[in-house]
Design a protein around this ligand. Structure first.
Ligand code: ADP
Length: 355
């Protein structure tokens, strides 16, 4: 039975690489005693949000083998080696650009929430505030002050929030100084952020883009392979028109669209628990469906969320039952989508042996 159970488990695909477990060596031990299976397996930290799903998949695969009465799986997160991306020295498994058609829709809030949700699940995450015109990361995280040099003096040492490296132009210029930059300067700022910051090995680099269409996206797409873009919009139709433009821009520079998030979608009255759809309802989900973009989820209007953004205490969102599930859902859906993509990559499909 041991061999049958193993064969069943080995057919499962690693969520990170899409490769079957027979090829990845992730199954540490498979112990079968008297119809009971105990599995010890590994999962790269990149796919940490999917840890529970992976455990269930292992358990189900074992239970499907006849003669197995019960199964349990214990998945250990392991830090896998990451390679430099493109020509720059940044080592990251995935780079996600978070954009929006216009300002004020909650793009920075979503970028920070996504980064924190992935970090809390167990991923190695960095957050880059590339909104050079209106850097909001210092305010939203409460992390302020000029950044210094790394230990060996060769790189910029980023600030950290709960162990997560953060970088923002707001850590380089005084808060009251407006940044007036021309295209080439923007290009070199983005290069500096990507190449000269001591990010360490990352599973995910989340980039908060400036709103609208623009130079930064072009710069980014020229410098490294961006895994995908997440577009944030609000439900009202006007915002959606802007979101459509943002989607068009990413498509033009060949950055895959990996998600649409509807923010400020409905308000649940804290006094009566009644939901008010202030900006309408369902437009973003419908648009995502029509445009073939994964809908990652919605975040309702929430006064505490806004207050925590203003006071630099975003971690508190994760202990708020009205907010946390929405944020975690977005990170989970994004991980799920990338896992599905990895599994469907033709490279990993085993070809029939001819002849
Ligand atoms: P953008 O990056 O698109 O300009 P921000 O993330 O800076 O937008 O958000 C703009 C303002 O809206 C901030 O004060 C933020 O706290 C608030 N905000 C964002 N999302 C929500 C929400 N779901 N509920 C309440 N306030 C929100």
């Amino acid at each position: 039975m041991q061999a049958l159970v193993r064969a069943s488990l080995e057919a499962i695909r690693d969520p990170e690489t899409g490769r079957p477990l027979s090829k990845t060596g992730q199954l540490r031990t498979v112990a079968v005693t008297a119809g009971k299976v105990a599995i010890e397996a590994e999962l790269g930290t990149f796919a940490a949000p999917l840890k529970r799903d992976f455990e269930s998949e292992l358990v189900d695969a074992a239970r499907n083998v006849s003669g197995v009465d019960d199964a349990s799986a214990n998945v250990h997160l392991v830090e896998r080696k990451v390679l430099p991306l493109g020509k720059i020295s940044l080592t990251a498994k995935a780079v996600i650009a978070v954009g929006s058609g216009k300002g004020g829709v909650g793009k920075s809030t979503v970028a920070l929430a996504l980064a924190l949700a992935l970090k809390r699940a167990g991923c190695r995450v960095g957050l880059l505030d590339a909104d050079v015109y209106g850097p909001s990361l210092p305010q939203m995280t409460g992390v302020r002050g000029q950044v210094g040099k790394s230990e060996d003096g060769s790189k910029i040492a980023p600030h950290h929030l709960d162990g997560m490296p953060l970088m923002s132009i707001g850590f380089m210029v005084p808060p009251d100084q407006a940044v007036i930059w021309r295209g080439p300067m923007l290009h070199s700022a983005v290069t500096t952020f990507l190449r000269d910051v001591d990010w360490g090995p990352l599973d995910w680099l989340i980039i908060d883009l400036p709103p609208g269409t623009g130079d930064i996206v072009l710069s980014l797409s020229q410098q490294l392979p961006v895994t995908g873009a997440v577009v944030v919009c609000t439900p009202q139709e006007v915002a959606l028109i802007d979101a459509v433009k943002a989607v068009g821009m990413f498509r033009q520079v060949k950055i895959p669209l990996v998600g649409l998030v509807e923010n400020m979608s409905g308000f649940i009255c804290p006094d009566c628990n009644k939901r008010y759809d202030i900006f309408g309802k369902g437009g973003a989900r419908q648009y995502a469906e029509d445009a073939g973009i994964p809908f990652l989820g919605e975040i309702p209007i929430n006064i505490s969320l806004r207050q925590r953004g203003d006071s630099g205490s975003p971690m508190e969102n994760f202990s708020d039952p009205l907010v946390a599930p929405h944020l975690e859902r977005i990170a989970w859906n994004l991980s799920r989508h990338l896992a599905n993509e990895a599994a469907s990559r033709p490279l990993n499909v085993s070809l029939p042996v001819l002849g």
